[in-house]
Design a protein around this ligand. Structure first.
Ligand SMILES: [Zn+2]
Length: 138
């Protein structure tokens, strides 16, 4: 087994990390140039939640358009309890917890935003954007 001096280990580690961050920054710049706004993982997550949002029924609780109850549309083939979630847009909360914990929207928030015809991407935190990733990796 070959033993490296500590300075060689630090240098190799630094060079590998530097290459990693340069590669990530270059990748993010290319994605931004192609018109993408969010990271690949965030885009995939948002797309999946957007698809799920189509099966929910939204009821509005107040006239200020802040509080909503979201429940699955009744599916006669399934014999399970339909879940209900409360979404409060003014407090940026949802019973599922994704909005509070991950600062990321969920299918219920998307369903509510579609119901009142507002843009749901405003509930995605900027840390999921390529701009943020690109800035932080420089
Ligand atoms: Zn939620």
């Amino acid at each position: 087994m070959r033993i490296f001096p500590i300075t060689a280990l630090v240098k190799v580690t630094y060079e590998k990390l530097n290459k990693y961050f340069v590669d990530r920054g270059t990748q993010a710049d290319a994605m931004i140039a192609s018109g993408q706004v969010y990271t690949l993982i965030a885009t995939k997550f948002i797309t999946e939640e957007e698809t799920k949002s189509n099966i929910y029924f939204v009821q509005q609780f107040d006239c200020q358009r802040f509080q909503f109850q979201v429940e699955e549309r009744v599916n006669s083939r399934e014999r399970r309890q339909m879940e209900k979630f409360t979404v409060r847009l003014d407090q940026r909360t949802c019973d599922c917890g994704k909005l509070q914990k991950l600062h990321m929207l969920c299918a219920y928030v998307i369903a509510v935003c579609k119901h009142i015809n507002i843009k749901y991407l405003q509930y995605v935190n900027s840390v999921y954007t390529l701009d943020y990733m690109s800035i932080k990796s420089c």
